[in-house]
Structures are given as C-alpha cells and as structure tokens.
Write a new protein. Structure first.
Length: 538
C-alpha cells in the first residue's frame, strides 16, 4: 500500500467512520484512499466548521471523528475547533497535509509552517509522520491518547511524499481504555469526610455525562438528600423540578447558587472540569473542603482545598460511597434552600403578558423548553445568549444541551447542529445562536443545504456583541460601540436554499417551533431579543 492507503486502513481498523474537512493538493493521495474506503468524507466550506463538527461528534458519541485540512492556511483554520475539542474533552483526530519532508528542515518554504509545534499546545499529542512504515504505530498511539480518560484532540500531519511512499506495514488495533476502579481507602476517606459534614453540596460537571454516570449521581443525591448544582455542560443530571436541583453554577456574576456553595462546609465535586469555571467560585478561595470524584486526579493548583480525591470509574465510585454512607442524609441547609426557592421561582415566572415584539431571554427560553421533547438536542452558540441558556433552559435528559464552555469559541452552533442531526435518529436538533455567532460560519449554510440537515436554527437578533457590551457596562459603566449590521435573513436563506421564518412576537414562537418539526431540511427562525435586563437577571 501507499502511505495514504495505509493511513486510511489504520483509521478503518480503529473504527473512525467519518472525516469532515476541506482538502488541498497535499491531501490528494489521502482523498483518493478515502474514496475507496468505508470512511465517509463530508466536505465543508471552512476548516473551522469541519473541526467543530468533529468536536461535537466526539461529545455525542465518545468516539473520535476526523477533521482534515491541507498544509499552511488550511491547517491554521482548524485551530479553533481543535482547541475546542481539547478544552471540552471531546476525542478528535486532526489530519493535516504537509509539504515534502525535505522541505521541513529548511528555514523558509512556501506554505510550510511547523504543524507539530502549531498544534502541540492545543492537543494531547501532535506529530508529523516522517516514514510510511511508522504509520500503524503512530495512528494507534494517537487514537489511544485521544480516547483515554479526559479525552481530547490529537493531530497527525502527513507529508505528501510519505503519503505516496510504498510500504508493507499493516494496521494495528487500538485497545479500549482501561477501566480504573477507585481504591477502597479513598472511598473510605470520602465517606469519613461526608459523615463529618453538616452542609454538603454537590457540584457535578460534564465528566459525569462523559462517564455515563448521570443516573448514578442523581440516585446518590436523592438517596442522601444532598443539594446539587451543575456546570453549564452538566445540565440535566437532576430533573428540573427536583427539590434538590439548584440549577447551574458558573455565571460571571453572583447568583443564589454561588451563595449556597459558599455556605456549604463540603463541596462534592463530581466529574467537575475546572476549565468550565474557577473552583474558587465555589470553594471560598480555598477555605472550603472539596471531595473530588472523577476518572482522573484533581489538579491541586487551582485555588481549592482537595480534602479527598476518589479516582476511578465514576458510577462504581458513587455506588461504593453510597453503600458506606448507609442511610445517612442531610437535606437543604439554609443557603441552599434559599437558592432552590429562587431557582424554582425563576422557572415558574409568568411571561410578559404584553406579548412584546422584542422579548427577554427568559420568556423565549420558557417557550423553547415547553416545545422540547426529551429526544430533542439543543446546541448553544457562544455569546450573551449562552449565559441565558445556561441559566434558564433546563435539560430534560443529560447531554441534551450542548454548550461549548472550555474554550467557548464562537461559531460552533451551526456545524455542531449539523453533526448532531446526523447522529440523532429521533427528535429534532435545535441550535440557538446570536447574530454575531451565526455569521462566523455562515458559509456552511451551503453544507447544511447540501446535506439536507434537519435542523432548526433559532437566531436571536440584537445587532451587536452583547456579551462584551454588558461586561464593559458592568465594569466601566459604559461600553464602546460594538453594533453591526445584519443581512436580510429571508434573502440569505433563499440564496443558500434554506427555509426562513420570522417571528415578530413571542406568541408566534411556539407555533414556529412546532411547525419546524415537519420541515425536512434546514430552517432559520429569526426574532429580536431584549438584553436590556443585563447579565445578572431576566
């Protein structure tokens, strides 16, 4: 085989079934090898979209997909989406073309940059293949690293002469990650810490959902009557109406859930990824004791006091801890009870009866939540609307709402919705975006139309970068002009082959969302939003 054919055979042997990307001249051999393989190639209109699609694929399946670019500018365009996967712990394989190996040692060569160095800070592993005979071992090791606990992106660069080189090497299999079981002593220490606590509180993160342990955590919280808050990406672990549910934690402003955390004498951080929010936000600047439970050890340099660290399979650890605690229960302490009451009141608020043509986010999200079924998937863009979604939209199942909150890169919503629609066999996929977010990858409206993606994009229009304006206004008392113009949405959709529906008042949103389920291809719903309430309240 050629190096390119062997590379593709290695991907097949590892179970990689899809690659998203934009090829170039240096990928020609690889593209021809893909054409004769079982690996599906999805052509996108920008490399960033390809990387975001692979990232969301990894979040939803736990399995890496590939994203492909050529050398130079194609590779640099991948960077944001690849970093997104690493910082949100989604397995991904970034594949880049490269010039001939003899060009890599010279000081200057057309379109050649050091791709191994470029991707090293934003991946778990980055390597340039220098010999076709090395391909099986290198690919297998890269994919092992990508799928190990706290997964992420890996990068491999395939120079054009290595792709064309002949080799007798054969693919190698990639062993599944080993299951690590927590040591009994760490479970016993955890039980002692909890038994001594008077006011424990759980903060659960996306690691719970990655580990498939959401039901175990919900059962644990309920059995021992412990209040629970989630990070943005952990939304959905407890039912929205659970009396123990304190909502999400991690907003950039003080919330009742933050006061609850500060009133706890033990924070039980389960599957918590510090990259989502600083632990100092709930650990009282390192004064509160933290019991950390995850598949990997806790970092200790983040401003929290790790009093116990249970490392291993989450579901097994939680079950073992619950057995040691027996029938012990705690209930809501005062600050948690207050936070829970305020959370419930916010969820039960009555929408503005005046039916405004520019409604506030909480009213919009109340309609969206009523329209969702547990089978639906929501992909949030990044911006001020993301904070509102995290605060006011409750998931009806773990993993229902996809929020990019590690890197928090704008532009993920449209590509993410497309891949979610490919993976979901039931339910509808909804993306909620701001006008600033949507135009960052607007060119891939063509990809969605070509794929006939059954997605509904709900676009909130305010004509500016609202999150930055709000932050400047809160911190400085005013903000610079960050307003911009928008295209005619109906004309834009017509040009790209999308359907469009404009919602002029809140009362029309429910019917627009219902009718979108009957639409086979992509649909854009646009409506104006009123952010004048600020960042801290709806």
């Amino acid at each position: 085989m050629t190096g390119a054919e062997l590379f593709v055979a290695c991907l097949e042997a590892a179970g990689i079934d899809v690659i998203f990307g934009v090829p170039g001249e240096e990928n020609s051999d690889l593209m021809l090898a893909l054409h004769g393989s079982s690996v599906r190639f999805v052509l996108t209109r920008h490399e960033q979209s390809a990387a975001f699609m692979a990232s969301v694929h990894g979040r939803l399946t736990g399995r890496p997909a590939g994203c492909l670019a050529t050398l130079g500018p194609g590779a640099t365009n991948l960077v944001t989406g690849v970093a997104d996967a690493t910082q949100d712990f989604a397995p991904l394989l970034a594949i880049t073309g490269q010039g001939e190996t003899d060009r890599l040692a010279v000081s200057e060569s057309h379109q050649v940059v050091d791709l191994t160095a470029l991707f090293a800070p934003i991946t778990k592993h980055s390597q340039t293949l220098m010999d076709a005979n090395d391909i099986p071992g290198v690919v297998a090791e890269a994919l092992r690293i990508a799928t190990a606990p706290r997964p992420g992106a890996v990068h491999l660069s395939l120079p054009v002469d290595v792709a064309g080189q002949t080799t007798d090497a054969e693919p190698r299999t990639v062993p599944p990650p080993a299951r690590v079981v927590a040591h009994a002593d760490t479970i016993r220490n955890a039980a002692d810490l909890m038994s001594q606590a008077k006011r424990p509180m759980i903060v659960a993160g996306a690691g719970v959902i990655r580990a498939g342990a959401a039901d175990s955590v919900a059962t644990f919280a309920t059995a021992h009557d412990i209040p629970l808050a989630t990070t943005f990406m952990g939304n959905g672990i407890l039912a929205p109406d659970s009396p123990l549910n304190l909502g999400t934690i991690g907003q950039p402003f003080a919330e009742p859930v933050d006061h609850a955390a500060q009133g706890a004498d033990l924070i039980v951080a389960i599957g918590f990824d510090p990259i989502e929010m600083s632990p100092t936000q709930f650990a009282s600047g390192g004064l509160a004791h933290v019991l950390h439970m995850a598949e990997t050890p806790a970092a200790v340099d983040l401003g929290w006091h790790i009093a116990g660290d249970v490392v291993g399979d989450l579901a097994q650890s939680i079950t073992a801890l619950s057995q040691m605690l027996g029938g012990q229960g705690w209930g809501l302490f005062d600050a948690a009870a207050e936070a829970q009451a305020l959370y419930s009141a916010a969820r039960n608020r009555t929408p503005d009866a005046a039916d405004p043509d520019c409604p506030v986010p909480a009213d919009i999200l109340s309609v969206v939540e009523d329209a969702l079924t547990p089978d639906d998937t929501v992909v949030s863009g990044v911006g001020l609307h993301k904070l509102k979604i995290a605060r006011s939209l409750a998931a009806k199942r773990p993993g229902q709402i996809i929020i990019a909150n590690g890197l928090a890169g704008m532009g993920i919503a449209l590509p993410g919705a497309m891949v979610a629609a490919e993976l979901r066999t039931v339910g509808r996929v909804f993306a909620i975006v701001g006008d600033g977010e949507f135009l960052m990858n607007v060119q891939d409206m063509e990809t969605a139309a070509r794929l006939q993606s059954p997605i509904t994009v709900l676009l909130w229009e305010d004509g500016g970068y609202g999150l930055i304006e709000e932050k400047q206004a809160v911190e400085e008392g005013s903000h610079v002009d960050l307003s911009f113009g928008n295209p005619g949405w109906a004309d834009l959709c017509r040009a790209f082959g999308w359907a469009h529906k404009s919602v002029d008042r809140l009362s029309g949103l429910a019917s627009a969302l219902r009718s979108s389920r009957d639409h086979d291809g992509p649909l854009l719903i646009t409506m104006k939003v009123d952010y004048s309430d600020g960042m801290g309240a709806d």
